[in-house]
Design a protein around this ligand. Structure first.
Ligand code: PXP
Length: 251
């Protein structure tokens, strides 16, 4: 079993920008959310610059790079346009995600195994520029092995299937998904990969995932932005942090 290490919380601010963009103005400001998240103990800020710019904009990324004192985890599709932007900003972390215009959110993990050669060439310059490259994948051994072969240092396991099964009361499936996530976190860690996880996590679903000793970072956005409507962003982050720490504490 892996040594129990500190579990980092990356706060994804995309959906602050979604609300801003609903009216096309300047409010609510994702940069202000990032500052509050940072002060509330976020270990990093995550932002996804999508091809259609439906939430985060180029100007947001520029401002985040200027203002943040914690690392920016820049989520992007494996396109030439995004590679150029990442090479310009050189964020501390880059997470390569699949992207389809018609999807509501990032629905599945990246198909690394089928695109090994292209992705290996795609991430090499990002690594040379000093960014830690993470690949967002389903909890499948062949994807993890492929991510390892192309030279990724980090994988992020997609927790969406587990969270959806949990939310819809499909308890057996949620347990099975959780088991897969646990096994694949152990497998990836054994290969020397840093293991992150995220997508769809809430106060309830975060607890078992935070307990996996091999997972060193969780990226959480939509639920926190939703809770911020009722509690405020800082208290929502404090509660998430508390649950993560409690789940991680040695028993
Ligand atoms: N990690 C990755 C790679 C993602 O693409 C997303 C969603 O943008 C998240 C984490 C956060 O997911 P959620 O907003 O559902 O918490």
């Amino acid at each position: 079993m892996a040594d129990v290490q500190k579990l980092r919380l990356g706060v994804n601010i995309d959906h602050v920008a979604t609300v801003r963009n609903a009216r096309g103005g300047a409010y609510p400001d994702p940069l202000r959310a990032a500052r509050i998240a940072q002060e509330a103990g976020a270990d990093g800020i995550t932002a996804h610059l999508r091809e259609d710019r439906r939430h985060i904009s180029d100007a947001d990324i520029e401002a985040l790079m200027d203002v943040l004192t914690v690392p920016l985890n820049f989520e992007m599709a494996a396109t030439d346009e995004m590679q150029k932007i990442a090479l310009h900003h050189k964020p501390r972390a880059v997470c390569i995600v699949p992207e389809k215009r018609e999807e509501r959110t990032t629905e599945g993990g990246l198909e690394v195994a089928r695109e090994e050669n292209r992705l290996a060439h795609f991430i090499a310059p990002l690594r040379e520029a000093g960014s830690r490259v993470s690949i967002f994948i389903a909890a499948e051994q062949r994807q993890i092995e492929a991510a390892h072969r192309i030279g990724a240092e980090v994988i992020e396991l997609h927790t969406g299937a587990y969270c959806d099964a949990h939310a819809e009361g499909r308890t057996d499936e949620a347990e099975a998904e959780l088991g897969r996530l646990r096994d694949m976190a152990t497998f990836a860690h054994g290969l020397g990969l840093e293991v992150h996880a995220g997508h769809g996590l809430s106060y309830e679903t975060v607890v078992p995932v935070a307990a996996f000793p091999e997972v060193s970072e969780l990226n959480i956005g939509h639920f926190l932005v939703g809770e911020a409507i009722f509690l405020g962003l800082a208290p929502a982050i404090h509660e998430m942090r508390r649950l993560m720490d409690a789940a991680r504490a040695p028993r």
